[in-house]
Design a protein around this ligand. Structure first.
Ligand code: HEM
Length: 410
């Protein structure tokens, strides 16, 4: 990758919100795009890559797994375990009582919280192994998308987006929002415009919930985000359980998630509110290496990379290597790669190279997938824990969950 030349190109003046309409025309295209096909899928027979790239050869995972930060504690921290479950039990009962007067909306959740409390009262203490079983079930359903003809052959991206939207409502000053209460189950949060299409992900996970009724929705959804990243060949994500189910009243107002049509100051406002810094913002947005936009959901259309079900640093590489021009269409402003016209970038994505401070990190991640994986893992793990009071977690140190490849080798 010829980053230095791309670097020069990207010094073209770009307006923060609209970008000057002719910036891309002045850019000379630096390099042929070489990283379209990424190694990675678990097995070519399992994951058929459909998408807009029918002629693409199946990709294979090459590298081994990276391990970051903590391994699971050898002897489990029972103090934390019991303290956490105790809190969950007390919380569940309290909500049950509260919701008896909370008319219809909370009734179903009250029942579920009641069930959770009853399990705890009956000394049902889910171990790491129990959560690992849930992880495997989620991992196994990702490829069902292939048979169902869904998108690019994996439910990973939409599950990842659910985990992020369930957590990204957090406000560190107010202490509201985040992954704790899984309030996206309730209207109006479930029908907030930003959450369009996530009913698909919630419905999929409902099948898992039926098999493991003791798990809270917040734990289930965030664990699904972790499984999605890991199974799409991304980094290991430290994760721990302890979230509890809340009620509609715990939901946050619309407008807490980022608006893709905006510029860098909006992106900063939204992510600083959650407690992230510039480096973490850039690392998180690299999740757009996977998945795609659906015009029926967000108005935007298309995938960001040529390998939309494999977690890579291609998002950054493409930002630097390709020439991006405004898409001429009857839809919201988005960029497309000039060469093939099949890839897209949102206006907010482009701030990762048009904003000087963001660009520094984007360049680092374009050059090093290891650096991206390391920083994404840390930032995403933090994102998954937003809004969860620390004593609620059942262990003091997050776990590293095994992926399906590791299970098969056992
Ligand atoms: C400035 C911040 C962000 C904005 C404005 C944004 C916006 C969007 C939009 C408009 C879509 C398309 C939805 C659709 O039409 O289906 C999308 C998809 C997606 N986003 Fe983001 N996003 C942001 C950050 C993130 C972060 C932090 C993550 C995860 C860590 C993430 C993960 C995803 C994934 C995986 C998809 C693909 C979903 C699918 O294929 O169904 N995004 N995002």
């Amino acid at each position: 990758m010829d980053v230095s030349r791309s670097d020069l190109i990207l010094k073209q003046p770009v307006e923060e919100r609209g970008f000057s309409s002719d910036w891309a025309q002045h850019a000379t295209h630096p390099t042929m795009f070489t990283s379209a096909i990424r190694p990675s899928l678990r097995s070519s027979s399992r994951l058929a890559v459909r998408s807009a790239f029918p002629n693409r050869a199946p990709a294979f995972r090459s590298s081994g797994f990276r391990k970051y930060s903590t391994e699971a504690p050898k002897s489990s921290s029972n103090t934390f375990l019991w303290a956490g479950l105790g809190a969950a039990a007390v919380g569940g009962v309290a909500w049950y009582v509260y919701s008896s007067g909370d008319a219809v909306k909370g009734a179903e959740t009250a029942l579920k919280s009641g069930v959770q409390s009853a399990k705890v009262a009956a000394n049902f203490v889910p171990t790491k192994e129990e959560y690992q079983k849930v992880y495997y079930k989620i991992a196994e359903l990702l490829d069902d998308a292939s048979d169902a003809g869904y998108d690019d052959g994996s439910y990973g991206p939409v599950l990842l987006r659910l985990a992020w939207h369930a957590s990204g409502t957090y406000d560190k000053e107010a202490g509201t929002g985040g992954s704790n209460y899984a309030t996206m189950r309730f209207e109006p949060e479930s029908i907030h415009g930003a959450n369009n299409g996530l009913d698909v992900a919630r419905a999929l996970l409902e099948k898992i919930k039926e098999q493991f009724p003791w798990i809270s929705y917040g734990d289930l959804w965030t664990l699904a985000g972790v499984a999605a990243v890991q199974e799409m060949a991304g980094p290991k994500i430290p994760w721990r359980p302890g979230r509890i189910d809340g009620f509609a009243k715990d939901a946050t107002p619309d407008g807490r998630l980022p608006d893709a049509a905006q510029g860098a100051s909006h992106v900063r406002n939204i992510f600083y509110r959650m407690g992230f810094n510039d480096q973490e913002i850039v690392a998180l947005v690299g999740a757009h290496a996977v998945g795609r936009c659906h015009s029926a959901r967000s108005g935007f259309e298309g995938p960001w990379t040529f390998s939309p079900i494999t977690f890579t640093n291609d998002f950054y590489k493409l930002l630097f290597d390709e020439k991006w021009v405004w898409k001429k269409w009857n839809g919201p402003k988005q960029l497309q790669d000039k060469k093939t016209g099949t890839l897209m970038m949102l206006p907010t994505d482009y701030t990762m190279v048009s904003d000087k401070a963001f660009k520094k990190y984007a360049l680092e991640y374009a050059k090093s997938q290891d650096a991206f994986f390391r920083d994404f893992s840390a930032a995403f793990s933090k994102l998954m824990e937003l809004g969860v009071p620390t004593p609620q977690f059942v262990v003091s140190e997050p776990w590293i969950m095994k992926n399906l490849d590791e299970k098969e080798k056992e």
